[in-house]
Design a protein around this ligand. Sequence first.
Ligand code: G3P
Length: 217
Amino acid sequence: MKFFVDTADTNEIRDLAETGLLDGVTTNPSLINKSGRNFLEVVKEICEIVPGPVSAEVVAVDHAEMMREAEILRKIADNITVKVPLTLDGLKTCKALTSDGTMVNVTLCFTANQALLAAKAGATFISPFVGRHDDIGFDGMQIISEIRTIYDNYDFGTQILVASIRHPVHVLQSAMIGADVMTAPPAVIRQLFKHPLTDKGLEAFLSDWQKTGQTIA
Ligand code: G3P
């Protein structure tokens, strides 16, 4: 499963990229707002840090204007993935852009039927939001299972990009279901490294090593 980080914080992206774990980055208008930076500038910088797909979202709601924005976005770098909402105009834009060789991430997906539409429109990635489903009392991961089944039934090449991930269990479940990609906030990716027994074990090893009086030289 590919790991994307869901942030526009370039310090976080740089640090996590050094682990070799990062296969891509996703951003959205809320994350750009949180960064306090110029959209085009920050996205360009991210594309230079991570060679994999970097999602940059259009903010227009009609097809013609989405295409105009997409033209600007796709010129930023070769690894730009244009992110469009799962609306009729968004899918028209998806079809036009992917037919032209541009990667497209269809976002704000909340049902398996919507994911079916995105695949038929040629989406490179579909982003079902699991956390926002859980927030309103539904099982977000159930939709990931449904999409996996549908895409496998018809051999769709669209990659399932699990979004709105809130905790490590979402990551585990995504991998168990066979999602292609997960995008998580930096804090959740950092949580994946952590286990109290790892910390405790390391502490004991270091303490015993000190007792040997040796150094590695
Ligand atoms: O980038 C889209 C998605 O990951 C948003 O997550 O936490 O705002 O529901 P969240």
